[in-house]
Design a protein around this ligand. Sequence first.
Ligand SMILES: [Zn+2]
Ligand SMILES: [Zn+2]
Length: 444
Amino acid sequence: MTHQSTFMGFLGGYREQGRSCLLISGSNYSVLIDAGIKKTYSGGRYGEVPYLNLADPQRLDAVLVTHLHEDHFAMVPYLIKKGFTGPVYMTEETLELGVRYWRKWAKIFESDGRKLFSEDDVEEAIKHVRPIRFGDIVEVGDFVAKFKISGHAPGSAYLEVRAGERNILYLADIAKGTNVFKDPEPPEETTYDVIILNASYGDRVIGRDATEKAISEEITDIVKRGGTALLPITAMGRGQETLAVLMKYRSALGNAPILVEDTVLTGFNALTKYTSTVRVNVLENLLDNLRRDEHVVVFKREELRDIPLSGAVILVSDLMLMGFSREVFMKIKDDPKSAVIITGYQAPGTFGRALMKAGDTGIFKFGDQIISFKCSVKVLPIKTHFDLAENVSLLTRLRAWGSAKLVLHHGEEPNTFRLAHALTRYTNVENIVMPSVPSFMYLV
Ligand SMILES: [Zn+2]
Ligand SMILES: [Zn+2]
């Protein structure tokens, strides 16, 4: 048998968080895994795209998408526009819940003049999708991939890949112990040549119980002193996760009103359908508790001006404060009793990132505006990725130390470096790869 080499192209999502995109090719296959967007704002533009043209869309055989989040999913229609004609594999949930993001980006690219893809390209892309189930195998020449439950989002997967003679584990976004999603399936305990790890949290160990307790204590303090606790979240996943935490500690909050934007409830109903990845019982119980709680108020955006905010918790589905969360922030910002609780990733250039950096200085610049504030800003992550301890325990179980190349993915540079440093306690530094974007690696 001739020795084949496997090519890996890192087209986005390395030493940065967002626009995940990996090309794997060999003598008879060329496959793209994820094609996301980076939700940064710079120079008046929203969204940075991966180096998709380096993948040569016309020569690609297949695209595999791990989950519906925009940083993995958003740019598929661009490939279609550029002449990709093959199948796009993803779970049914990913397509159903994600397709609105394709439409959203078609509008953004239309209005900013970039015209990277249109609504017609979106319709065309939908036709290329081959829905798959967990455990299904995708085969393209000498490339074989298996979709496994990753515990991070509805229908989310990680991938076990056999590329020519090489075993690659692409962990994508993976999480354990969330309130909403079922835990990930264990990967096959084989010898991996390459493991692509998630570096979102760098070298941090985030105890879930401790963080949940810290969030609830913080919020209890805020509402007891008559302030407003603003929690920017996402409507699908983080919103439900946050509500699960609040309801767990409901008694500490007393009768404080919990104001929930209606899209979070719509998200609930959508999620309960997805029995393969969602803890449906937990969600249904949570929904029951919310319905029975007379201090839970579900509101539409236009109704908010009539609702008193003091002493309340408010959940708004705009994680990075670029829209409605920012409007709510403007209402509460000069009240020293109030606080914004940052629960998730804030991309560079977003209002949330600027606010987070301003911390307790009380002033920052955003675009041409000077924003002053008296409320406090707390960063308390609701965990949706593996932390250092979980990464280490998985690698130990797979006996990966010394045998696998560990590629660090999905973390901004400081977090990527911190994770690399932490991993040198277990493996030689030559086994840790921190690709820049774009770059490539041959496995020979
Ligand atoms: Zn994700
Ligand atoms: Zn991601």
